[in-house]
Design a protein around this ligand. Sequence first.
Ligand code: C5P
Length: 299
Amino acid sequence: MPAQALTVFSPAKLNLILKVLGRRPDGYHELLLLNTAIDLMDRVTVTIEGEGVRVECDHPGVPTGPSNLAARAAEVFFAAFPDRRTGLRIGIEKKIPVAGGLGGGSSNAAAVLWCLPRLLGVEVSAERLRALGSEVGSDVPFFLFRSPAWAEGRGERLREAPGLPPYSFVVVRFPFGLGAGEIFGGWDLTSGGNRYTLGSLMEGEPPPPRDWVNDLGPVVFARHGETLRVRDRLLSLGGLAALVSGSGPTVFGVFPDDASALRACNLVNRDLGFAAELRHAVPGPVMNNVLSKAGCKER
Ligand code: C5P
């Protein structure tokens, strides 16, 4: 019998809007997010093999022990379906910056939660799977949903946001990562300034780029001035918007077409020395790209 294995694309997200609405008694923050998946993707292979959960990653900055979100996702799944517990090897080919604000670890966790029912022939609703995902991390449910989407609460209350025009995104990487906890800890009510009437915001088409905002941006800019310089440069190069994604440090610019975006990529790289790449939104179910499967139980 062939090995039972599934390989899927595990995309990054951009937060087009990240409004912090307040601090909650549980220590988390109440959020309003507009998220999109983009074509910057890790590859995750889940193989039924051996005993225990083993993670292998080609990026040295990714922990391979039980703290890895993909490993935690497997543990949460097995806690919910204890009679299905089995040994796993989770292989991660990293393309998404680590601790970059693009949700890479959460996406990998979602990939594992997406693969396990298919590998093990377990019937589980998408809603239940997302609830398991939210036990692993705040961003995981989005990756088990559709893109683009509004997210509320910690990120678990999701609603589709169809109608996003095909923008060209310039995604700028920095050679360091940031911890979400530290950046959220630096936020205070005075740094955000509520520009929105939230009720009207979520009706109709997604708002235009000039209305996009990240309340954590000022915290990231204050700690790492180079992120602010990149943001300003993207705007001066014709960006319709330029923002930090999530808790940073990744900064992205929004351009009307590939030509203007590619020019911005080149100039940010040449003049500021940071790696910049052209990316596009990928609409529809976030986890639906099976690259290969072997010995899977059909559902
Ligand atoms: O849920 P997750 O483990 O991904 O969150 C990482 C950290 O980010 C949390 O420990 C918390 O400090 C911060 N966070 C927050 N409010 C949220 C999401 C994350 O304060 N809604």
